[in-house]
Design a protein. Structure first.
Length: 122
């Protein structure tokens, strides 16, 4: 599985996971053309690269998922994080890396989360 970290996630997490051999990019550093874009555009860009999107924006991305599925459009997964278990701060950097690494190890195939939603719990 390959990941695209939405813009609210640290690009440093993506960089560390790449050092460990995983194909992970972040909107903030690696895909700046996606910054401030509407959520469906982010999912479409990730889908074009066969990537699952990691986001904290559950409310809006749930709608994107539901609309895509209603139209019969595919995506490679939407992975939700929650501030109570994965805070978006410097102190949680290693927690983010280890949590996403476990997810990547458990879901190696690009299609592992095809058209699915996944909830990250550290």
């Amino acid at each position: 599985m390959k990941l695209l970290l939405d813009e609210m996630n640290s690009w440093r997490v993506a960089a560390e996971l790449r050092k460990r051999g995983y194909d992970v990019v972040a909107v903030k550093r690696d895909r700046p053309e996606l910054e401030s874009r509407v959520d469906p555009t982010v999912v479409e860009a990730a889908t074009a690269e066969q990537r699952a999107v990691v986001t904290n924006n559950v409310r809006d991305y749930r709608i994107v998922h539901e609309r895509m599925r209603a139209r019969g459009d595919d995506h490679y997964g939407i992975i939700y994080s929650y501030d109570d278990t994965l805070p978006r701060n410097k102190e949680a950097f290693l927690l983010w890396v280890s949590t996403l690494e476990k997810l990547l190890e458990a879901h190696r195939a690009d299609e592992a989360l095809l058209n699915r939603e996944h909830h990250l719990r550290a």
